[in-house]
Ligand binder design. Structure first.
Ligand code: DCP
Ligand code: MG
Length: 242
């Protein structure tokens, strides 16, 4: 079968060297192509570490992470980067221009593709306002760009790369609710067919997800749709109330 971007965690346990308790404890789930998997849970629950395990920033002590059946530890980080685009919790911009930053994952992208990605990422307006548009200089670390703009450029960069798998680590919580809603309305078309994994803080960001994983203390303590979890998961109910 052709590469599709199906991610499977099978009984994955990971702890940082020297730490007594694991940060991820016996995690099993499947994230399917064409579907959105959301991850929610309190700070320190292990959401970022879970995403980083897919990119092999760390390797688990137990269990396996596979993409389309292939163990990720048989792939190099460069190979993984071709299949998976991560929008990190703290996005990073390189010294260059807006265009060079957006083309980081795919250097042959046309200007039209960059504008389309910016439109979806809700970054089109602020780039159009720049005197040089796509050629506007960006300083190393993106210090001449606001935090929200950096976030949107980082989302647009992932869209330009057209990966099999998108990982959004808390990419929408810094956006105001209306912008978050517009972005999520545009996202399904832009990411069609891909595996989308969204770490979120706001429940409103993920109510439409095909599958929601609830994390607490490194464990997946609930899974289901929004309606299912509202009915039967106390941790999720608590998150909704807070
Ligand atoms: N941790 C660690 N060393 C690191 C990164 C994390 O010891 N280099 C610990 C801190 C937490 C746990 O791992 O106890 C999980 O960290 P995560 O970053 O995965 O937590 P979240 O992403 O869920 O939290 P947040 O919502 O604050 O981003
Ligand atoms: Mg995190």
């Amino acid at each position: 079968t052709p590469a599709a971007g199906r991610i499977e965690f099978d009984n994955v346990t990971f702890g940082f060297p020297g730490a007594e308790t694991p940060v991820i404890n016996s995690a099993s789930f499947v994230a399917e192509p064409g579907k959105t998997t959301a991850i929610i849970g309190s700070t320190g629950a292990g959401k970022t570490v879970l995403l980083n395990l897919m990119l092999r920033l760390y390797d688990p002590q137990q269990g396996s992470v596979t993409i389309d059946g292939a163990p990720v530890d048989k792939l190099t980080r460069a190979q993984l980067a071709e299949s998976i685009s991560l929008v990190p919790q703290r996005p990073y911009l390189f010294g260059g221009t807006i265009a060079t930053n957006l083309r980081f994952g795919r250097t042959d992208a046309s200007d039209d593709e960059l504008w389309e990605a910016l439109r979806v990422a809700q970054g089109e307006d602020f780039v159009r306002e720049k005197e040089l548009g796509l050629d506007e200089p960006v300083s190393q670390g993106g210090t001449n760009v606001s935090g929200g703009q950096r976030q949107r450029l980082s989302i647009a960069r992932a869209l330009v790369a057209k990966p099999l798998v998108y990982l959004f680590d808390d990419s929408f919580s810094a956006l105001d609710v209306a912008t978050d809603a517009r972005l999520r309305a545009a996202l399904p078309d832009a990411t069609e067919g891909a595996t989308t994994i969204i770490v979120a803080q706001r429940v409103s960001t993920i109510t439409e997800a095909d599958q929601i994983l609830v994390m607490e203390g490194g464990e997946i303590v609930g899974r289901g749709t929004h309606d299912e979890l509202l009915t039967d998961n106390e941790v999720y109910q608590e998150i909704v109330r807070s």
